[in-house]
Write a new protein. Structure first.
Length: 255
């Protein structure tokens, strides 16, 4: 059965987020499915999509889509083209796009070109574009090129462009070079992103990327692409080293 997760509803990508609901089909013949009630520990590397409705502990690296369903729990890091979270996730993500849906709860570091938050997120965020929907909650230290907020955003946030919608709540320290205020509640300090970056080497590095790359590009394709052959080679070497360590420990115990 083909799964049809909701696609972007983001005004920052030239889409009317209130009215446009495009859908994307995931090919079930090229999808690894971990069903509800299943507990798995390990590492997944490959080119197929992953659809998780059960419990999984370990890293996932695929040149495709990772989908975490409402009953899914995932503890580990993800590297993929696109990540859709509607369950519970704890770990770090590197991807072209990340979507945290209404029932999604995500904790960890996200690095992505495009991020949509309709559920709950807490962590550190580096992104080209961020849209927080009216029901979304984000508690993060963040550095982003362009932010549109209709929900809750709390933390230390630095961005090139900030757009606030009438339903938004901002709390904390906000640094932006351009602000488009359409309403909402703002509690905290607002300063200029460029001035802040001049005092911080890491911030200056990402600001240079935002200034030099078009649209919402933070990561180039190669930064979230998975070299499956190389990763499998590393996996094999790691397993061999673990076997050697076990063998050495066993010999010590025999003495």
């Amino acid at each position: 059965m083909a799964l049809k997760p909701k696609k972007w509803l983001m005004s920052i990508f030239g889409v009317n987020y209130q009215n446009n609901e495009e859908e994307t089909e995931v090919d079930p013949t090229h999808t690894m499915i971990i069903p509800r009630g299943t507990n798995v520990t390990g590492r997944i590397i490959g080119n197929d999509s992953v659809h998780l409705d059960g419990y999984y502990q370990g890293d996932i690296k695929v040149n495709n889509i990772v989908i975490l369903g409402t009953t899914g729990e995932l503890y580990g890091d993800i590297k993929a083209q696109r990540v859709i979270i509607n369950g519970h996730f704890q770990g770090d993500i590197i991807a072209d796009s990340v979507e945290i849906l209404e029932k999604g709860k995500c904790e960890g570091k996200i690095q992505a070109n495009k991020v949509l938050i309709k559920g709950y997120y807490k962590g550190k965020l580096l992104a080209g574009g961020l849209f927080i929907d009216a029901g979304g909650e984000t508690y993060a230290d963040a550095q982003i090129k362009k932010v549109v907020v209709a929900g809750v955003l709390e933390g230390n946030v630095a961005c090139k462009e900030l757009r606030t919608l009438p339903t938004c709540v901002l709390r904390g320290k906000m640094f932006a070079d351009e602000i488009q205020n359409e309403g909402g509640r703002i509690e905290g300090y607002i300063g200029r992103y460029t001035d802040l970056a001049a005092q911080d080497q890491e911030m200056a590095y990402y600001l240079n990327i935002f200034n030099s790359r078009s649209d919402y590009i933070l990561l180039e394709d190669k930064e979230y692409a998975v070299n499956v052959e190389e990763e499998l080679k590393k996996e094999k070497e790691q397993e061999e080293n673990e076997c050697i360590e076990v063998l050495i420990d066993n010999k010590k115990g025999e003495k």
